[in-house]
Write a protein that binds this ligand. Structure first.
Ligand code: PGA
Length: 365
């Protein structure tokens, strides 16, 4: 997993890109999209070095450049969503919140996932030690949890990366039940046993490192722009609290919701709805459309879509691919969370310009 650190030059460069995106959203892109045959192109690539258009369109599946971080990608619904969000910002009484996913978005969890899969694989191997083709069984197990053994890495947006631990433990248990007849007759299986294997690993995310040099600075920049900062993760509360502390963001994150605190995990709309309720007070009532969801898997983007979040950003620091994220609900793809404040700033600037300039307002609407 690549680790990204934001430096001044990147920030400046990306500010330009973000500004250009907003400009394009509210003017030429809008009219262009109206005339674009939607069946032809699932994704669109903006060329930051050619701000005065032309746009280069790509069919879904053809967006994997040598350097996917050189251009931001956005979905066909991005223009409408960005315009609606910018318009909503004009009402200063409305609250706004950035909701970050944790693993793969704020922190690098690739090592801990690897540790988890290796641990569980050795348990499976010992359970089926007497069976004829253990290798084949392990392969089926990896396929079901979404693990690419050859690459020693997670399959993009796979259950093991995106699900709650409860869901993943159930998945392992179901695998054992399905293949029970191949086990040594003395082996007793239960869901509790699988949970015990999982708990043997202790604080799994203990060694996860932040994906940005200083997450607190990035989050404070969002707050300075008037956004409440929250985390919505499928990880458990205990691990989440420890991670926030280790990364120095426990005093910055205002609200958080974890996988073991909701009846249904992402991609259900429920975690975002519960988070909004949690953040709502007498002064402010938050709705999903007041939220910008930032995540790395289809669980995050799927939740944003299901809950009708105001805007959804996919980041490429985790397991989701550009196409997966755009297809499942991301409006825009950014390389990593370091670019989020620049984008929010662009939204802010666009809002101010539509407030002061009747021409801009006309274009934006
Ligand atoms: O730890 C997990 O199960 C996944 O967590 P995430 O939702 O923060 O990606």
């Amino acid at each position: 997993m690549k680790r990204f650190a934001m430096n001044g030059a990147m920030l400046f460069y990306y500010s330009l890109i973000a500004g250009a995106i907003i400009f394009l959203f509210t003017s030429t892109v809008h009219s262009f999209l109206l005339h674009c045959p939607s069946s032809l192109h699932a994704t669109m690539k903006l060329l930051p070095r050619q701000l005065s258009i032309p746009l280069e369109l790509h069919e879904s599946g053809s967006v994997n450049d040598d350097n996917p971080f050189s251009h931001p990608y956005c979905s066909k619904t991005a223009v409408g969503a960005a315009t609606a969000f910018v318009n909503r910002l004009k009402d200063s009484s409305k609250p706004k919140m950035v909701v970050f996913d944790k693993d793969g978005t704020l922190g690098d969890c690739s090592g801990s996932l690897r540790r988890w899969v290796h641990h569980m694989t050795s348990k499976i191997e010992s359970m089926f030690a007497g069976a004829g083709n253990v290798e084949n069984l392990v392969h089926v197990f990896h396929t079901e949890i979404g693990w690419n053994a050859a690459a020693n890495d997670v399959v993009p947006s796979a259950p093991v990366a995106a699900g709650t631990w409860d869901d993943i433990v159930s998945l392992v248990y179901e695998f054992l039940v399905e293949h029970q007849d191949l086990m040594d007759g003395t082996s007793l299986i239960s869901r509790d046993l699988v949970m015990q294997w999982h708990l043997e690993l202790g604080d799994l995310h203990e060694h996860d490192t932040p994906l940005l040099e200083d997450l607190a600075i990035m989050m404070k920049a969002c707050q300075e722009l008037g956004y409440t900062v929250a985390i919505c993760t499928s990880d458990d509360r205990a691990g989440t609290n420890k991670a926030m502390k280790r990364w120095g963001i426990d005093h910055v994150v205002q609200f958080s919701i974890c996988g073991n605190e909701v009846q249904e995990g992402k991609p259900s709309a429920l975690p975002l709805r519960v988070l909004c309720q949690q953040a709502s007070s007498g002064m402010h009532t938050y709705h999903p459309h007041d939220c910008i969801v930032v995540g790395d898997t289809t669980s995050d983007t799927g939740m944003a879509r299901a809950a009708r979040a105001g805007f959804c950003i996919g980041v490429l620091t985790g397991s989701g691919t550009v196409d997966q994220l755009l297809d499942s609900g991301a409006h825009l793809i950014l390389p990593d969370v370091g670019y989020v404040p620049s984008l929010l700033k662009s939204f802010q600037q666009q809002q101010l310009s539509t407030e002061t300039s009747p021409v801009a307002r006309e274009i934006s609407l």
